[in-house]
Design a protein around this ligand. Sequence first.
Ligand code: NOJ
Length: 539
Amino acid sequence: MNRHHWWRDAVIYQVYVRSFLDSTGDGIGDLAGVRAGLPYLRKLGVDGIWLSPFYPSPQHDHGYDVADYRDVDPVYGDLDEFDRLVASAHRLGIRVLLDVVPNHCSSAHPWFRAALAAAPGSPERARFHFADGRGPDGGEPPNNWHAMFGGPAWTRVTEADGRPGQWYLHMFTPEQPDWNWRNPEVADEFDQVLRFWLDRGVDGFRIDVAAGLFKHPELPDSPDPEADARTRDSVNPLAWNQPEVHDVWRHWRAVCEEYTARDGRERLLVGEVSVPSAREHAKYVRPDELHQAFFFDLLGAPWDADAFRKVISEAMQDIAGTGSTVTWVLNNHDQVRTVTRYGEPAPEGSGLGAARARAAALLMLALPGAAYIYQGEELGLPEVVDLPDDVLTDPIFRRTGSRARIRDGCRVPLPWSGQASPFGFTSGAEGAKPWLPQPDYFAEYATHRALADTRSSWHLYRDGLQLRSALHQLGEGTLRWLDTQPGVLAFARDDLVCAVNFGTAPVPAPVPGTPLLSSGPCRSGELPGSTAAWWIDGS
Ligand code: NOJ
């Protein structure tokens, strides 16, 4: 029999460090704040945390622009504080995953500065994608690719003689130049970076843009640049999902196995993989590649029983078919929070979005596989939709002029206690300002209040997590769909039955008796609208 691999059914809590808890009073969360919040997370019952990037960075994309992969930005603490955090987490039985960003770095990274100072064709430039422009004086970008956050994917540099020169590639902002993974120096550098943090005791890595890294070797024009520009998904087939990337994941897996062989502790690699289909996605989690990859189709599905059933079935078939487990996500720091997403177009204050978000959470926790919870999700926090333009920091806003796609609204600092901002988020003097303003209604969601109210979302998540571990590796195995009326999903996992009513009117429950757990008030024999419930089927 296989020994149990902890990550297969783990529930990991995503800590967006700048917005979790501030220990210094500067209005920005930090590593000491995360350490102070560990007992809260232990109470919730998560298996591990994933820390968003805390490395030295000019913060053009809140740390996804890394200037030094082996240190802590002073805003967040230092390496000693990091070591204390890992030690405290481990004492509490919480594993620690770091966010590693291998597709691009910051334009402030010393290697990129060296590349700018060096001549065209130099070894320094060969670590990135520098190319001559097109057109009579090289004034046109080398190809027609769009950057994910708007505008062209190329920026022209000024050469040492003061003249306009070559262009460099950046699939996100110009402050995030893409590494050239065809250069072995880049692969070696990341090998060392992984080992640096593994030596400090981390339990694994969340890998940013894991379908990126390699570009088509000739950097040809994209067949459909307009489609690339319209979506934030990685659709340009020449810039993403190149076959060579799989060799990198095989190597990184071998590095992790090397550490496991030394001390018996299994390390986890979980990739942020945005590719066109569940079948393509499955390639990233072949047995010698990444352990897991986020499955975003659930996050992308509208509140609709058929849509949910389709994405769950595809994931089970394609991803679970590889021997890995599906890694479910409903929220993260890049997406509109579920409460708001599922609430639209319901009238504000109807509570529909909140009820659906709770139901979706119970559904996710009943599925086979691992689950990721984004901080604040357990509090039922809605998206902050009315941040004034002058506080917005997401580069997408600046680069596209679009409020529709911005990510600040899900990154507003967490409320912990009290009736007014900063709601215990910052331990600074009265009046210390969180880096994004918290709305007054955050008082209702503060953790102190949530813990004291057994009807809160926090209790639902906590109870779901507890039952999940009591029900013996609920994350393993498969599911069996049960027949239901339209608009209702029900599935069995051995003797556990989970049902979700996507409609608004009550339906007969699929199992007699009172549920073990439900996302809202639930009478025996009935499943109300916008509600999920778990039963043990004794029949
Ligand atoms: C995905 C991260 O989740 C997002 O926040 C970031 O902006 C991009 N990758 C670029 O690193």
